[in-house]
Design a protein around this ligand. Structure first.
Ligand code: HEM
Length: 474
């Protein structure tokens, strides 16, 4: 007979081993500081987001209160936000994004959009389309960008100057032409088509921002009718582009050709959804970024002059701006980066993982949306002293060397970086160089311009600029 003591020892050992296994496999970590929801099933902390004015401003306040990692309730979804370069570093390899956080984009982009695709499908699509925005394609695009900028110079020079010129109106047309002519063909050669797209896009985006800020749409309301009409117009325009493209044979394998030629991964509804996603993604941020950059330059004569001198020394007074000049216009890139840092065009993105993870000792349960609060990082005064001051020297070689690599991530983290990031630098470098060497810029006096943060960062009202032709001085 086995002695009782042996039985007890065996029993206790089994219990201890079981407890050890449970301990080892149970996720551990500190609790994440943050907000309690108003109610768990409905609004969560949406009231606080609305009161802050935008999700970006809410996240900034949240991190000021709770530190670099903080939690809140996005409706009924427990959500974590991170605003530290080290934590971004830990998330740099994550591809998937939580679709529920971007549900307000669903009506305009459609459920088949890349925006909502994770895992193998998302990666396969990005692999197919990223080549359309690589250096070799961008070399060809430079010609289009130069043409668009020179055309704009002619248009601006011909305008009556007494009241100034409406900046965003012109930069948005340039941005729409830039993405449309290079990636979608000649449909948007006409200014009228560009303005029509911009008007309808504005209606849709304002609507989606209202939803993102917690103002739901009432079925059958005027707001809904206006939105539906605007969205339908955009869809019709994109369908026309696809039809026109399908009837012509293109030598240049532009973005739309890839979609049309890869019917294995782009059946019709997917094609339409991604065409809209890339078109909208391709102009809404860059058009406003160009306007903001000119606004800062118009306010700062010294920076504008330094930039003008660089452009003249690299590209002369009339030569085209090509890839070589783009690489050499280093101060211009500093100016663009500083305008992006200060205005945070894409103030946040988000990641999700299907396993529990730990970030800096905090436990994040699987399936929790993790917001990467780029805007809060770009405006953090510990990383960027006097964060509201426009100072392109922050991006000179010396200063960049001394800074964390992930302190500036305007286009998102490496595993799913914005497909248009190189396109943006090429396009805006050409536009800015030509606009700055053609005109001296100032602002119409007495304007109060404020930033409105949303899916892009808009000025609260049109910016009116004054221009003087540079060639008349020489
Ligand atoms: C100032 C210019 C721009 C900024 C600041 C910007 C920023 C961003 C950011 C932060 C993301 C999210 C990345 C992530 O989830 O981590 C993104 C995604 C995206 N951007 Fe951009 N972007 C800009 C211009 C463009 C352009 C020119 C295009 C067109 C080619 C574009 C198309 C897209 C698309 C389609 C996505 C979604 C990609 C995906 O789901 O995998 N963006 N952008």
């Amino acid at each position: 007979m086995i002695p009782v003591v042996l039985l007890v020892t065996a029993f206790v050992s089994v219990i201890l081993v079981t407890l050890f296994i449970i301990y080892q496999t149970t996720p551990k970590g500190k609790a994440i500081p943050g907000l309690k929801p108003v109610d768990f099933n409905g609004t969560g902390n949406l009231d606080k987001i609305e009161a802050s004015g935008s999700l970006h401003q809410f996240l900034k306040q949240l991190h000021q209160q709770y530190g670099p990692i903080a939690s809140f309730w996005f409706g009924n979804k427990y959500t974590v936000s991170v605003a530290s370069p080290d934590m971004l570093n830990d998330l740099k390899g994550v591809f998937d994004r939580p679709p529920e956080l971007f549900i307000s984009l669903l009506p305009i982009l459609g459920s088949e959009s890349i925006q909502f695709k994770n895992g193998e499908e998302g990666r396969k699509r990005r692999k197919a389309t990223d080549s359309a925005f690589g250096h070799s394609m961008l070399r060809h695009f430079c010609e289009n960008f130069n043409e668009i900028a020179e055309e704009t110079v002619q248009t601006l020079a011909a305008l009556p100057q007494e009241e100034g010129i409406p900046l965003c109106e012109h930069t948005m047309v340039m941005a729409i032409k830039g993405i449309a002519q290079t990636s979608f063909g000649p449909y948007f050669k006409s200014d009228e088509a560009c303005r029509k797209l911009r008007y309808n896009y504005d209606v849709c985006f304002r609507e989606m921002e209202k939803r993102l800020d917690g103002m739901p749409l009432k079925v059958g309301s005027d707001r809904q009718k206006k939105f539906d009409e605007a969205l339908q117009t955009i869809k019709e325009m994109v369908k026309d582009i696809i039809k026109e493209k399908q009837q012509t044979i293109s030598q240049q394998k532009a973005f739309i050709d890839i979609l049309i030629n890869r019917s294995d991964i782009y059946p019709e509804s997917t094609l339409l959804a991604d065409a809209i996603s890339y078109m909208v993604g391709g102009f809404h941020n860059s058009g406003y970024l160009l306007a903001w950059t000119l606004y800062f330059l118009a306010k700062d004569e010294q920076v504008q002059e330094k930039l003008y001198q660089e452009v003249i020394s690299v590209a002369g007074r009339s030569s085209a701006i090509g890839p070589k000049e783009i690489a050499e216009l280093r101060y211009l890139k500093q100016v663009l980066n500083e305008a992006m840092r200060i205005t945070v065009p894409a103030a946040f993105a988000a990641k999700v993982q299907d396993v529990d993870i730990q970030l800096d000792g905090y436990l994040i349960p699987k399936g929790t949306p993790v917001i990467t609060a780029y805007g809060a990082i770009h405006q953090n005064e510990n990383l960027w002293p006097l964060p509201d001051k426009f100072d392109p020297e922050r991006f000179n070689v010396e200063n960049v060397k001394g800074r964390h690599q992930f302190a500036f991530q305007p286009f998102g983290l490496p595993a799913r970086r914005c497909p248009g990031f190189r396109f943006t630098y090429y396009e805006l470098t050409v536009y800015l160089a030509i606009l700055i060497r053609s005109f001296k810029w100032s602002l119409v006096e007495g304007q109060v311009i404020k930033r409105k943060y949303g899916l892009a960062t808009f000025p609260n009202t049109e910016i009116w600029a004054q221009i003087k032709r540079r060639d008349l001085f020489h």
